[in-house]
Design a binder for this molecule. Structure first.
Ligand code: MG
Length: 457
C-alpha cells in the first residue's frame, strides 16, 4: 500500500460531490467496507446534505452486495448514529456526512461496533480491499437485506438525559438559542432542551442541504446572527452546531461567542470535582488553560495528536472518561467516547444549574490566555525536513513532538508549529498571558520557519 493510494483522510473519506466522490466510487467503497466487516449487520445513517441520500443508496448497494445486512437509520446527528451502533450491538456502521465542510462536499465515516470511528490500521485494511484485493461479492441468494431502524434519535436523547440532573435543570427554566446549521442538530437538540424544561428559540433549524443560513462550520465569523439572537431573546445560553452535530460552540448570555478551549476547560473543572484523579485527553493544539485546570483539580492530562479519532481511540485505550478539542469537540465517556455536541449542551446546562451561575461568570473564573494564529507557506515535499530542522534548532526548549512541535516557555506562553494535513502550509498557534507576547511569538517563529524553509529549499 503506497501513500498515494489513500481513501481516508483525518476524518473519514471526504470529497467534492460527483468530482472526487461519485456514486460509482461509493458503491465500491460500500463493497470494500462490507468485505471488511464480512457479512455483519451494519447501521447506515446520513446527514442533511443534498447528496447524502444518493451516497447512502450507493453505499447500501455495495454493502448488501457483499452479504451485509443493513439497518437504515435515516437522517440523524453523527453521535446519535454512533450511539445506536453501540447500543444495538451491531457489527458497525457507515455514516454519510462531510461534517463541517461546505455543501458541495460529502464523505463516508466508518464506525466500529463500539460506536467509535475505526482506527487507522482498520482504515488501511479497507483501503487494501478497495485498491488491491477487491471486494468479495455474495451469491444471488446470500445478498444482504435492508430494514429500517426508527427511533434512533429518541433513544439517544433519552440516554443523554440519564447523564444529567433533569429536575434540577428544569427548575431553572433556561432560555436557549439553538443554531442547527440547517442540518441534523435540529433533529435532537431542541427536543432534548424542551425535555430539560428550557424555552427554545431556533435559528437555521429547517433541514436544507444547501446550508442557506450559514456555512456548516461553527466558526465565530459565521455566528454573528446567532449571537445577536441570544441577546435579542435575552437567552441564558446559545449553542451552534456543525453540520453533523458532533461539535458545538457556545454563546454566553452576553452574546459572546466562547472558544472551545474555554468550554472544554469548564467541563473539565466540574468533571474533576466529581471524578478525582481521572485522565483528561486532549490534542496538543489545546490551550494551556486546559492543563492549568487539570493540574489544579488533580487530574492527569494526556496530550494526543490533532484529530477526533485519535482522541476517541486514546480514550478507549486508557479507559478515560473525558476528552475535548479546541474546535468545540467534547467527548463524554460515560455516554460514549466520541465527540458529541448535544451531550455537550446538556453538560453546560448541568454545570449552570449545579452552580446557579451564569455562563459568563463561570468562564471568567478560568485562567486567561490570549491566542493568536498564523500560517507560513511550505512546499509539501519540504514539510518533514523543515520539522526535523526546527526540532534540532530547539534542542534546549521544553517541547513536545507529538504532532508538529509545541514549545512551552517559563512565562506560561506556548507555541505549536504544525504542518497542515490538507494544504501546503505550516500553521502556528501561540498563546500567552498578554496579546503582545502571543503576537511576538507568532512573528518570531514565522520568521524562524521562513528562514528554515528558505535554507532547505
Ligand atoms: Mg462534525
Amino acid at each position: 500500500m503506497t501513500d498515494q493510494k489513500r481513501l481516508f483522510g483525518t476524518n473519514g473519506i471526504r470529497g467534492l460531490v460527483n468530482k472526487e466522490l461519485t456514486p460509482a466510487t461509493a458503491i465500491r467503497i460500500g463493497s470494500a467496507i462490507g468485505t471488511f466487516f464480512n457479512r455483519g449487520e451494519l447501521l447506515v445513517g446520513l446527514d442533511a446534505r443534498t447528496s447524502s441520500p444518493m451516497f447512502a443508496r450507493a453505499v447500501v448497494s455495495g454493502l448488501t452486495a457483499t452479504g451485509c445486512n443493513v439497518l437504515f437509520a435515516g437522517m440523524a446527528p453523527t453521535p446519535a448514529l454512533q450511539f445506536a451502533v453501540n447500543k444495538h450491538r451491531r457489527a458497525g456502521g457507515v455514516i454519510i456526512t462531510a461534517s463541517h465542510n461546505p455543501p458541495e462536499y460529502n464523505g463516508i465515516k466508518v464506525i466500529w461496533r463500539d460506536g467509535v470511528e475505526i482506527s487507522h490500521e482498520q482504515e488501511v485494511k479497507i483501503e487494501e480491499i478497495y485498491f488491491v484485493e477487491e471486494a468479495r461479492y455474495a451469491d444471488w441468494n446470500k445478498l444482504g437485506d435492508v430494514q429500517d431502524l426508527p427511533e434512533v434519535i429518541g433513544e439517544y436523547v433519552e440516554s443523554i438525559k440519564a447523564h444529567v440532573n433533569v429536575p434540577r435543570i428544569a427548575l431553572r427554566h433556561y432560555s436557549v438559542v439553538v443554531d442547527a446549521a440547517n442540518s441534523v442538530a435540529g433533529l435532537a437538540a431542541p427536543s432534548l432542551l424542551r425535555d430539560l424544561g428550557c424555552r427554545v428559540t431556533t435559528i437555521n433549524a429547517n433541514i436544507d442541504g444547501t446550508f442557506p443560513g450559514r456555512p456548516p462550520e461553527p466558526r465565530p465569523e459565521n455566528l454573528d446572527k446567532t449571537a445577536l439572537m441570544v441577546k435579542a431573546v435575552d437567552a441564558d445560553l446559545g449553542v451552534a452546531f456543525d453540520g453533523d452535530a458532533d461539535r458545538s460552540v457556545f454563546i454566553d448570555e452576553q452574546g459572546e461567542i466562547r472558544a472551545g478551549d474555554e468550554t472544554f476547560a469548564l467541563v473539565t473543572k466540574h468533571f474533576l470535582e466529581e471524578n478525582k484523579g481521572e485522565k483528561i485527553i486532549t490534542p496538543i493544539s489545546s490551550s494551556t488553560m486546559v492543563e492549568d485546570i487539570v493540574k489544579a483539580y488533580g487530574g492527569k492530562l494526556v496530550w494526543t495528536k490533532v484529530g477526533s479519532v485519535t482522541v476517541s481511540q486514546t480514550m478507549k485505550k486508557l479507559k478515560a472518561k473525558l476528552g475535548g478539542e479546541e474546535n468545540g469537540g467534547i467527548f463524554y465517556g460515560p455516554l460514549h467516547p466520541v465527540r458529541d455536541g448535544t451531550m455537550a449542551t446538556a453538560l453546560m446546562l448541568e454545570i449552570m444549574s449545579k452552580t446557579k451561575q451564569r455562563l459568563s461568570a463561570l468562564l471568567s473564573e478560568l485562567p486567561k490566555y490570549f491566542i493568536e494564529k498564523g500560517k507560513v507557506e511550505c512546499p509539501e515535499e519540504l514539510k518533514q525536513k523543515v520539522l526535523q530542522s526546527l526540532v534540532r534548532q530547539l534542542k534546549n526548549a521544553k517541547k513536545s513532538t507529538i504532532d508538529g512541535v509545541k514549545i512551552w516557555f517559563d512565562d506560561k506562553s506556548a507555541i505549536l508549529i504544525r504542518p497542515s494535513g490538507t494544504e501546503p502550509i505550516y500553521r502556528l498557534y501561540a498563546e500567552a498571558k498578554t496579546r503582545e507576547k502571543a503576537l511576538k511569538l507568532i512573528n518570531e517563529y514565522s520568521s524562524k520557519l521562513k528562514t528554515t524553509i528558505h535554507t532547505l529549499n
